[in-house]
Structure formats: structure tokens, C-alpha cells
Design a protein around this ligand. Structure first.
Ligand code: HEC
Length: 128
């Protein structure tokens, strides 16, 4: 019985090769960051936000990221329903693309689809 089990091991080792390449691909995708963001899946907005916006807007979208303290005006609180009542989608797409006050524009580095996904993502912070 034990002998039969041990003879199976070499076959499984040979099968491990595609696994290595699959693992390598995932690691490369994670290191470069860029390809993950442009896949355009449902998670891309959060990846883009983490890479580009979190430093000022904060992990919870409250405008309290580590780089926000010196900014005037400070970033808005995306969790505040009052903020969303004063803005429209087309206005926000325009602001993210072109910038506003201390915030740089992203139209030069991100695609319109990326910016759309970002807007969808920051809406998830809204409370009520
Ligand atoms: C360097 C810091 C910084 C970064 C990075 C940054 N923002 Fe901002 N953002 C601000 C500040 C400051 C404001 C407020 C500007 C104002 O009211 O004049 C703001 C405002 C906004 C607004 C609201 C505009 C309004 O009219 O109130 C949106 C939406 C927004 N940012 C989205 C983003 C997105 C999406 C990203 C990432 C792609 C991003 N920001 C990256 C600093 C930043």
C-alpha cells in the first residue's frame, strides 16, 4: 500500500510545471500593478483608487489620507450624502480628468474607462 503511494509522487511533480508558470504570471502581474488595473473587471476601480487616490482621499474616502493634511481646500468626504447632493456624474468625471485646486488631473495617465470605474468605486463610500 505504502509502496503504491510513493510511486505516484514523480507523476505529480511533472504536473507541477504549469503551476510554476501560473504562479510566476500572477507574481509579475502583482509587481507591475498596471496590467491588473487595465483588465477592467469589477475590482479595477478599487485597485486604481488604492494606487492613485488613497494618499489624499483616505482608505475610507473621508478625505483624510496621509497626504491630505497640507491641502487647501482639503479633499471632500465621500461618505457624506450631502457631498453627493451637490455634484453630478459628468461634473465629477470632468474634475477627475482635469483636476481641481490642489488635486492633479488624471486624464493624462488614466483612460476614460478607468476614470468611469473610479467614479463608480468612490460612490461605494457614500453612506445613506
Ligand atoms: C494630491 C492629493 C490628491 C490626490 C492624489 C487625488 N485627489 Fe481628489 N481631491 C483632492 C483635493 C484637495 C480635492 C478638493 C479640491 C477642491 O475642492 O478644490 C479633491 C477633490 C476630488 C473630488 C471632488 C471634487 C469636488 O468638486 O468636490 C473627486 C471626485 C476626487 N477628488 C477624486 C479623486 C480621484 C478619483 C483620485 C485618484 C485618481 C484623486 N481624487 C486623487 C486631492 C487629491
Amino acid at each position: 500500500m505504502l509502496w503504491k503511494v510513493t510511486t505516484k509522487i514523480p507523476r505529480e511533480r511533472r504536473g507541477g510545471r504549469p503551476c510554476f508558470w501560473g504562479g510566476l504570471f500572477v507574481v509579475l502581474a502583482l509587481i507591475s500593478g498596471e496590467p491588473v488595473a487595465s483588465w477592467g473587471d469589477d475590482g479595477s476601480g478599487s485597485v486604481l483608487y488604492r494606487n492613485n487616490c488613497i494618499s489624499c482621499h483616505g482608505a475610507g474616502g473621508q478625505g483624510n489620507g496621509p497626504a491630505a493634511s497640507g491641502l487647501h481646500p482639503s479633499p471632500p468626504d465621500f461618505t457624506d450624502p450631502g457631498f453627493w447632493k451637490t455634484v453630478t456624474d459628468s461634473y465629477l468625471l470632468h474634475v477627475i480628468t482635469n483636476g481641481l485646486g490642489p488635486m492633479p488631473g488624471w486624464g493624462g495617465t488614466l483612460s476614460p474607462l478607468d476614470i468611469d470605474n473610479l467614479l463608480d468605486y468612490i460612490k461605494t463610500f457614500r453612506k445613506g
